[in-house]
Design a protein around this ligand. Structure first.
Ligand code: SF4
Length: 136
């Protein structure tokens, strides 16, 4: 069943261009919004948020948002906070990497097997949080 826009959880990946961990954050979010939590999650373009797009600002202020960042710079979280977004949880790929030390994603443009495995691990952590939020 598709949730109404106000019920959906907005999951925001960092832009992470040129960094494998940023690519993992995007892949994890795609996995959620297009597959495992389709219909109850939605994502936005971080660049629209940063550039002050009115519709995007309204969406993140009026919805529950989760940031999924690649590294400790936490660009998605910082930008959500900066614009007054309703941030309810944050995840960092670098933390998932510490829990999955055998994985070493290297490729940036197209994720290698380790990158995809790490993205799946992050996606399942975020999915559990989405479920928690939706039952609050
Ligand atoms: S959080 Fe890290 S990987 Fe993501 S955009 Fe910022 S600097 Fe790049």
């Amino acid at each position: 069943m598709k949730a109404s826009p106000s019920e959906r959880v907005i999951v925001v990946p960092c832009s992470g261009i040129g960094k494998p961990l940023g690519s993992v954050s995007r892949e994890a979010v795609y996995e959620l919004v297009e597959n495992t939590r389709k219909g109850v999650t939605e994502t936005i373009c971080l660049a629209l948020l940063v550039s002050g797009d009115k519709e995007t600002l309204q969406l993140v202020r009026n919805s529950r948002c989760i940031a999924v960042d690649g590294c400790p710079m936490q660009c998605a979280e910082k930008n959500l906070k900066h614009v007054g977004g309703n941030l309810v949880a944050s995840f960092r790929v670098v933390d998932a990497l510490k829990q999955n030390k055998k994985l070493k994603p290297k490729s940036v443009t197209f994720l290698d097997r380790d990158g995809l495995e790490l993205a799946a691990a992050v996606a399942s952590q975020v999915a559990r949080k989405v479920d928690e939020i939706l039952t609050e």
